[in-house]
Design a protein around this ligand. Structure first.
Ligand code: G1P
Length: 297
């Protein structure tokens, strides 16, 4: 039974400066919740209530968000704002939150390695905060099923355009009898379009066997001079046991990328349009705005 999720949240957020000078990028709002809350909710919805967040400097806001705020609760209680009270209680009751600090940010692989003591000798999930998965198209339950069937490790993959593959880890795959499951034979972190073994990109969801830690300890800095998680999983992909084999679940659902300014804005707009309360009015306004008739309010 997989019960632990690790969420790396130690990145410096340089793409969003100056917004992220004093605020973790994971706390940037996506409509009405910080981006990181969607990720924790996704883990919890898949039964992973033990959440370890790997943080760095500027961690306070993250911890505070998932903690109780007695003063605010009291105020909302007294003023009869029960809807808001429920909303702020929801984020503190959501999961069993734990935190570890990365120290020197030496890459995603290094961030995952700081989770070793907390995770121990069991398989666990890693969820990257830049990718938000629509709660109507969950992928973790399918990954858990595939893990139960084949053991080893499981990663989420998505098909991207050839021109996009250099932004991701890319997988060399072979098919299995299930249309949405592949065997991962090799992985390359951020290859050029010409070098990429396929157009199947690593999406930020992983179920990893504990052997990943031993692999990470011996992984040399790779792309960008950082210890890459992709490189450590690539070692497991060559094994039949001890952390391998590695399977991929192909994700074809709705996903929102909040990792870059443009994709972040697109994600906010898409998600706002889909909200039952804000959506209709916002969509109407957007149509008017696009057609050049925006009213200034
Ligand atoms: C990380 C991983 C990469 C993966 C991507 C998914 O890259 O290293 O393999 O494809 O997440 O979002 P990052 O976006 O952190 O540079």
């Amino acid at each position: 039974m997989i019960s632990k999720a690790v969420i790396p949240a130690a990145g410096l957020g340089t793409r969003f400066l100056p917004a992220t000078k004093a605020t973790p990028k994971e706390m940037l709002p996506v409509v009405d919740k910080p981006a990181i809350q969607y990720v924790v909710e996704e883990a919890v919805a898949a039964g992973l209530r033990d959440v370890l967040m790997v943080t760095g400097r500027n961690k306070r806001a993250l911890e505070d968000h998932f903690d109780k705020n007695a003063e605010l609760e009291d105020l909302l209680e007294k003023s009869g704002r029960h809807d808001l009270l429920a909303a702020i209680r929801h984020s503190s009751d959501l999961a069993n939150m734990h935190y570890v600090r990365q120290g020197d940010p030496r890459g995603l692989g290094d961030a995952v390695l700081t989770a070793a003591d907390h995770v121990g000798n069991e398989a666990f999930a890693v969820l990257l905060g830049d990718d938000l998965i629509d709660s109507r198209d969950p992928i973790l339950p399918r990954m858990i099923e595939v893990h139960e069937r084949f053991g080893g490790s499981v990663i989420a993959l998505m098909e991207v355009a050839n021109s996009e593959i250099s932004r991701y880890g890319a997988a060399a795959i072979s098919v299995t009898e299930d249309a949405d499951v592949v065997r991962v034979n090799d992985l390359v972190e951020k290859p050029s379009a010409a070098e990429a073994p396929s157009n199947f990109a690593v999406l930020g969801r992983y179920l990893l066997a504990p052997e990943i830690f031993e692999s990470l300890r011996t992984t040399k800095p790779g792309r960008g001079g950082e210890v890459q998680l992709t490189d450590a999983i690539q070692v497991l992909a060559k094994r039949a046991d001890k952390g391998g084999p590695v399977h991929g679940v192909i994700f074809r659902g709705r996903r929102y990328d909040t990792g870059e300014k443009l994709s972040y804005l697109q994600s906010v707009v898409r998600m706002a349009c889909e909200q039952s309360d804000l959506g209709p009015e916002f969509t109407e306004w957007l149509k008017t705005y696009i057609s050049g008739n925006a009213v200034s309010k």
